[in-house]
Write a new protein. Structure first.
Length: 81
């Protein structure tokens, strides 16, 4: 059950990033989608969606690898004083 919940939590940012890539692609082909009033706004939101989606996924992997102890020295958490 825990793995299913983790999969769903990772699936949502993945879908968000894929939608962001679609928005940026449609902007490059000069296709304005319905809820967006301008191409520049569509491209900006697409970029934001991609950064948030990939950033969440990368943070999840970094946190998991820190727990396992498989990250390089510079990515280890420093002990609190």
């Amino acid at each position: 059950m825990g793995r299913l919940i983790a999969f769903i939590i990772l699936l949502i940012p993945g879908i968000l990033a894929a939608y962001g890539i679609k928005l940026m692609r449609d902007t490059l082909f000069n296709k304005l989608l319905e809820p967006y009033p301008a191409l520049w706004l569509q491209f900006t939101l697409g970029t934001l969606f991609v950064v948030i989606g990939i950033g969440f996924f990368a943070g999840f992997l970094l946190n998991r690898d820190r727990k396992k102890g498989t990250v390089a020295e510079k990515f280890q958490k420093r002990p609190q004083k």
